[in-house]
Design a protein around this ligand. Structure first.
Ligand code: HPA
Ligand SMILES: [Zn+2]
Length: 335
């Protein structure tokens, strides 16, 4: 089996996907019509043409505007279901999905509407052969007080999400701004992750680990600038959820050939490949794997390690992890 086919068909986990970032322009227009929401774009093509980003903030402005069409439980379900079908087609057998409740509650949509819609789609995903879980993200450009209020609204639905994360504008909003709310989440037994070192410095990765006590770093590619941090990440096998096409589209790297994924892997880090916001960045999981492999020259061993890292880095129960890895080994043995 050639490498592209192996990359596409190997079982894998996705650990970094914002569900609002899976909203395709076609679905944005359908939902706008269904809900009577006016859009500042005349057509799907015009909206797609606006997807020319120069950095994280230029993307976030359009991403939050796109989410304004989501009003009802069914809308959240339909968005997640569309993503889960794409994930299944890419041989994703486990996915841990971020959602941004503050983007919706700030518009008057209830926490219950958001969580029930997404959670129903995750349960339905079993029919597709995908184990899907939810991770609630706090928006870091808002206050910690706002994050506490969000947690309060979400706790009645505690059984519907497995952890919390931290996303949105990184620069100027270091992890330590959220020290107290993460401590509370930890006491609640929630898993903890945070975006760090996407555009921000290695210091933000250190504080995500040492102050927030996160179990995984989302992005983390700037860690390569700090040898002591690289050693820590490798020694402790702290997973990095790397998103190559996102990094390309948000100009974190000038081109995919210069992406440092290989460097991270070869330094022994638990690096993984993920899609981040696939509707905005030009590709789902297999697009990320195939384009990155071609650009930086990944081989069969890298492919195996990336898939294995994705299961190792997941929050699945040990028995489920073992089953996933058995399926991976069987796929490589047959290939
Ligand atoms: O890549 C990202 N970084 C920060 N916040 C985000 N929200 C959606 N995608 C991202
Ligand atoms: Zn992200």
């Amino acid at each position: 089996m050639n490498l592209p086919t192996l990359l596409a068909t190997m079982p894998k986990a996705e650990l970094h996907i914002h569900i609002e970032g899976s909203l395709e322009p076609e679905l944005i227009f359908q939902l706008a019509q269904r809900n009577g929401v006016a859009l500042p774009y005349a057509s799907v093509e015009e909206l797609r043409r606006a997807y020319a980003f120069t950095n994280l903030q230029s993307f976030l402005d359009i991403y939050y505007a796109g989410a304004s069409v989501l009003l009802r439980e069914q809308d959240f379900h339909d968005m997640a279901w569309a993503y889960l079908q794409k994930a299944a087609a890419d041989h994703v057998i486990r996915t841990e999905i971020f959602f941004d409740p503050q983007t919706h509650t700030a518009r008057g949509v209830s926490m219950e509407t958001v969580i029930r819609g997404l959670s129903r789609a995750c349960k339905d995903a079993k029919k597709l052969g995908v184990d899907a879980e939810l991770i609630l993200c706090f928006l870091r450009h808002l206050s910690e007080e706002d994050a506490f209020a969000t947690l309060e609204q979400a706790l009645p639905f505690r059984e519907h999400f497995i952890g919390v994360g931290l996303d949105s504008s990184e620069l100027g909003h270091p992890p330590e701004k959220f020290a107290r709310v993460f401590a509370k989440c930890r006491a609640e037994g929630l898993h903890l992750v945070a975006h760090a070192g996407e555009e921000g410095p290695p210091a933000y990765v250190w504080s995500a680990l040492d102050v927030l006590k996160v179990e995984r770093i989302d992005h983390g590619v700037q860690s390569a600038k700090d040898p002591a941090l690289m050693k820590r990440l490798a020694d402790e096998r702290i997973p990095l959820t790397v998103c190559p096409l996102s990094n390309l589209k948000l100009c974190v790297f000038p081109d995919l050939q210069q992406h440092n994924l290989r460097e991270l892997l070869e330094a022994g880090l638990c690096a993984t490949v993920n899609s981040d916001d696939p509707a905005y960045f030009g590709g789902y999981m297999n697009d990320n794997f195939l384009q990155t492999a071609a650009a930086i020259g990944l081989d069969r061993q890298h492919a195996y390690q990336l898939a294995r890292n994705s299961f190792e880095g997941s929050f699945a129960e040990p028995s489920a992890k073992a089953r996933y890895i058995e399926r991976l080994d069987a796929a490589f043995a047959a290939a």
